[in-house]
Design a protein around this ligand. Structure first.
Ligand SMILES: NCc1[nH]cc(CCC(=O)O)c1CC(=O)O
Length: 317
């Protein structure tokens, strides 16, 4: 067992095994996690070994995620590796992690949030997209937001990792696409596209946040990960995930949120759409970072005010 309280800077006897997906973005996030953990404990990089795995979500590329099993397809293999003790911890884009997790698994640390915003690639602004243009996205939120702003546009399914999606745009499969600024930045693709203001184009729940999970029973690993947990980001992610729990959203549910800090409080703004973008409801709440009841209350309020064309895609908490 690793005992950080007795000897915080001594590297573990055996390298800690960090599970990650194999995509270039996932690998960049795993490298960042390793760097932060080793820096926090004064370990050499060799103290953490990256264990890349192919997730079902990466293997199946020809159909929208929502049709083939949802976000669980990003975590299934790494969850099993954690439960079987093949890895000590796993790193995820929190945006891709289901709201309901196996009870043996806990989110032990959340890294400081990167840019939460979406980037529009192929046009300088939403208004500048040519009439009738094709928007490549497989995200129900992005499709609904775009159709809400521009009902004249056509949505085309667009799966694959960041590089694949940019390549599809190059060959004209779509005229514009939307990507997370955080992902582009982590891949060093900083000159790509135009950032959309978060107040006008709310991002996805947990966008831009990296989470590290381990078994709840592994007190030793949890103590080590506590050193890289970023409290304010963790509180925002907890609130956004509580909201999702209350909404009973799935990956078919178009939901957009933005959490901002105001003094010691969090302000959570959320919008729900019908998948065709025709309907939209929005509400917000301000609450103390430790308050987990208010995001659930916000979810109830949103569902109570939403028309049937929206609530049909949420099943409540
Ligand atoms: N759904 C894929 C996914 N999951 C996390 C990110 C970006 C990184 C992040 O939001 O933290 C992306 C790519 C994208 O949406 O462009």
């Amino acid at each position: 067992m690793i005992n950080p309280s007795h000897n915080p800077s001594q590297a573990p006897d055996k390298p800690l095994r960090l599970g990650t997906r194999r995509s270039p973005l996932a690998m960049a996030q795993a490298e960042e996690t390793r760097a932060r953990l080793c820096a926090a404990h004064g370990w050499p990089e060799s103290a953490v070994e990256l264990c890349p795995q192919v997730a079902s979500g990466d293997r199946i590329q020809d159909r929208p995620l929502a049709e083939i099993g949802g976000k669980a397809l990003w975590t299934k293999e790494l969850d099993a590796a954690l439960l079987h003790g093949e890895i000590d911890f796993a790193v995820h884009s929190m945006k891709d992690v289901e709201t309901i997790r196996p009870e043996e698994i806990t989110i032990a640390a959340v890294l400081p949030r990167a840019d939460v915003r979406d980037v529009l690639v192929g046009a300088a602004s939403i208004a500048a997209i040519p009439p009738g243009a094709k928007v490549g996205t497989s995200a129900p939120r992005r499709a609904a937001q775009m159709l809400h702003a521009r009902p004249d546009l056509e949505i085309v399914s667009f799966r694959g990792n960041v590089a694949t999606r940019l390549a599809k745009l190059q060959v004209g499969e779509a005229d514009v696409t939307l990507l997370a600024a955080a992902g582009l930045q982590r891949l060093g693709e900083t000159g790509v596209g135009h950032v959309l203001p978060a107040e006008e184009w709310l991002p996805a729940p947990a966008q831009g946040a990296i989470g590290i999970e381990c078994l709840a029973a592994r007190e030793d690993v949890r103590a080590l990960l506590a050193a890289i947990d970023h409290g304010p980001t963790h509180a925002a992610i907890r609130a956004e995930r509580a909201l999702l729990t209350g909404l009973g959203g799935t990956c078919h549910s178009p939901i957009a949120v933005l959490t901002t800090a105001e003094g010691d409080d969090l302000v959570l703004r959320a919008a729900l759409f019908s998948p065709d973008g025709a309907l939209r409801v929005e509400d917000s709440a301000r609450f103390a970072a430790s308050d987990t009841a208010t995001p659930l209350e916000l979810a109830r309020r949103l569902l109570a005010s939403a028309p049937e064309g929206i609530t049909a895609f949420f099943h409540g908490g």
